[in-house]
Design a protein around this ligand. Structure first.
Ligand code: NAD
Length: 311
């Protein structure tokens, strides 16, 4: 089996460096026409330069592929809409969006400035919202779309000193969950990548021996799968050093504690509330409500039966 992207148009934000560059190169090598978006700033989001995106687009063209560079700041919806319009004007469609651009402004919550918190949320969350919104109508009209969010183990599991980044990276998972439901009937599939790779973003944070193993090119095959025709939807794929794993958000079966429940009951049943046997993913928000109602009805019926009252 050889997965191809011939005839597909892909936009990769933050495609000028690190992981994004590899996503662009590998999509193009398998036939996609690629918009290499990058603002070209530093890791903390300051500055701008078109050089990085231009270099990647040029590299793709030199290898016989099709690509153009775009310097839109993804936090600016007008610039993002212009980028999508240019892709459509050149190639007629947009099939794939990889929301990948990102910055860091790490500080503990005790020391951080809220302006830095907002900036990080603006780039990771609102940047992903802007780009998804800008391609949405096109994907709906085509009845085809693949969107990949970029999260992080910092958001999924926490990392000291990254409250802004962790919050934003968890937020894109919430965005995926809802867009998955809204896009399903138009064959728009949304997935999330949680990568680990030696890029400028993590410079100095990982030992040199590990850097050699954590090559960005070993992550991109995961992104390509999430952006492919047979992609799953609403999955969170971890990828690094050639290893891959799925993160699942599951809920325990739960327990009904009665209509007279007190805080002491919750404390006393903590182990049963958290008992993992039978834990499951929920297809949507109301599945949880339905489950609780079913547990309550079942619990009430059992209590009535005990009290000798039959239906
Ligand atoms: N490297 C890792 O181990 C790792 C781990 C978890 C998550 N991530 C995520 O992967 C993504 C890319 O990380 P990377 O390691 O390749 O870093 P990187 O710094 O090499 O690449 C990020 C790119 O995004 C661009 N960018 C930043 N703000 C932008 C904006 N407003 N508009 C357009 N482009 C913008 C930058 O110019 C840069 O080229 C980020 O979302 C990051 O949070 C990386």
């Amino acid at each position: 089996m050889s997965i191809r992207f011939d005839g597909r148009v892909a936009i990769v934000t933050g495609g000028g460096n690190g992981l994004g560059r590899e996503h662009c190169r590998q999509l193009a090598a398998r036939g996609a026409r690629v918009v290499v978006n990058d603002l070209g700033g530093s890791v903390d989001g300051s500055g701008a330069s078109s050089a990085a995106a231009e270099a990647v687009a040029e590299e793709i063209r030199a290898a016989g592929g099709e690509a153009f560079a775009n310097g839109a700041d993804i936090t600016d919806l007008v610039q993002v809409e212009a980028m999508v319009a240019e892709a459509k004007a050149r190639w007629g469609r947009v099939d794939i969006l990889v929301n990948h651009a990102g910055i860091l402004r790490d500080k503990t919550v005790a020391k951080l400035e809220l302006a830095d918190f907002r900036k990080v949320v603006e780039v990771h969350l609102m940047g992903s919202v802007n780009c998804s919104k800008a391609v949405w109508e096109t994907m709906r009209a085509q009845a085809y779309g693949r969107i990949v969010m970029t999260s992080s183990s910092s958001g999924l599991y926490g990392n000291f000193g990254q409250s802004n980044y962790g919050a934003a990276k968890a937020a894109v998972v919430g965005l995926m969950n809802v867009l998955h439901l809204e896009g399903a009937k138009h064959d728009i599939r949304i997935n999330t990548l949680a990568p680990a790779a030696a890029t400028r973003m993590v410079e100095g944070l990982i030992p040199a021996e590990a850097e050699a193993l954590l090559s960005p090119e070993l992550v991109s095959p995961g992104v390509l799968y999430l952006a492919s025709e047979d992609a799953p939807s609403r999955t969170i794929l971890g990828a690094g050093a050639g290893a891959f794993a799925l993160t699942r958000i599951v809920e325990t079966p739960g327990v009904y504690l009665g209509s007279d429940v007190t805080v002491d009951d919750v404390a006393a049943h903590w182990a049963r509330i958290g008992a993992r046997d039978g834990e499951a993913e929920q297809a949507g928000a109301f599945m949880q409500t339905d489950k609780f109602l079913a547990l309550a009805i079942e619990g009430l019926a059992a209590r009535l039966e005990l009290a000798g009252v039959s239906a």
